[in-house]
Design a protein around this ligand. Structure first.
Ligand SMILES: [Zn+2]
Length: 109
């Protein structure tokens, strides 16, 4: 895989990582801001829903962060762009679309 392409992907991944971390911080803050539940039941229900949404977002962003870090590690190790299932090259086109892809197009289907 050519160096320029890898550098491009790497800076893209780092930018994404920063974005995800900013969102995770915001999620963390909103979790800590938990105020005592309102006495009114309907408002409680809305609050519960919001916490669930925040939790779901938290999980999603954490998974995304893991994927990004995994991809960055592979770049450092020189193993980036190799399918983790069949060891074939994932291909630049696919990696450009999904920089965190660890499966080639065949294996992902
Ligand atoms: Zn594959």
């Amino acid at each position: 895989m050519n160096k320029e392409f890898l550098e491009e992907i790497k800076s893209e991944l780092i930018a994404k990582k920063n974005e995800v971390m900013t969102r995770l911080e915001a999620i963390d803050k909103s979790k800590k801001r938990k105020e005592p539940l309102n006495a009114d039941w309907s408002e409680q229900a809305v609050e519960m829903e919001n916490f669930e949404v925040v939790d779901a977002l938290d999980d999603m962003e954490s998974i995304e962060l893991e994927k990004i870090e995994g991809a960055l590690k592979l770049i450092e190790a020189g193993n980036y762009g190799v399918c983790s299932n069949c060891s074939e090259s994932i291909g630049e086109k696919r990696l450009k679309a999904i920089p965190t892809a660890n499966l080639c197009i065949q294996c992902s289907q």
